[in-house]
Design a protein around this ligand. Structure first.
Ligand code: COA
Length: 164
């Protein structure tokens, strides 16, 4: 059994929200290194390209001065990426009971496919448990206020993207 100081925080991050940033900040206080793994292969039809999603996450990390957080894109299965990095602990946020079933399945599938993989869950705070990238995009598209959900930088990127 190998002890690790590094964890992977995977997701689509389309775009990264204040909810994701909350999980990231908390994880970065506990673990020496947090690797944000931005997925290319996701069932979601993304608004931002993989390169844009990585770029936005990188800017957010810089703006928050999170020095022990790295961003990497990945393609294919998460477990294969974990093997490549030799990091087997996954971090995910849990917002509500509705997340539980999906997250439980994801964690168990990954563990079943590779026994070394373990998933650690962080409960979302009361300020962010209702945030979802999908709703943020919908509100932005319809001209609503998304100040509480994403940073000023992400708001600007959303505006530019939706204009095109
Ligand atoms: N606060 C607020 N919102 C949060 C949150 C938090 N703490 N944590 C998650 N969310 C929201 C996100 O905004 C997002 O909302 P959306 O569904 O409206 O877009 C949703 O919860 C989850 O998105 P995200 O955190 O980006 O993760 P994901 O579920 O899209 O990521 C992967 C899934 C990428 C980890 C998974 O598909 C994967 O590993 N893919 C690679 C291929 C693979 O290995 N597949 C086999 C899986 S068994």
């Amino acid at each position: 059994m190998q002890l690790t100081n590094a964890v992977i925080y995977p997701g689509t991050f389309d775009p990264i929200t204040k909810g994701h940033m909350d999980i990231l900040r908390r994880a970065s206080k506990i673990f020496a290194t947090v690797i944000i793994a931005v997925a290319k292969d996701t069932v979601k039809n993304t608004l931002f390209s993989l390169e844009e999603r990585v770029e936005i996450v990188e800017a957010e990390i810089k703006n928050h001065n999170l020095q022990n957080v790295k961003v990497l894109p990945f393609e294919g299965l998460l477990i294969d990426f974990a093997k490549q990095l030799d990091v087997y602990t996954i971090v995910r946020g849990l917002r509500a009971v509705s997340d539980f079933e999906y997250e439980f399945q994801l964690a168990y599938m990954n563990h079943k496919m590779h026994r070394k993989i373990e998933t650690i869950f962080f409960p979302a705070t009361e300020d962010s448990h209702y945030i979802s990238s999908r709703f943020v995009k919908e509100v932005a598209r319809l001209g609503g206020n998304i100040d509480d959900f994403v940073s000023v930088y992400v708001q600007r990127r959303l505006k530019e993207c939706l204009k095109n």
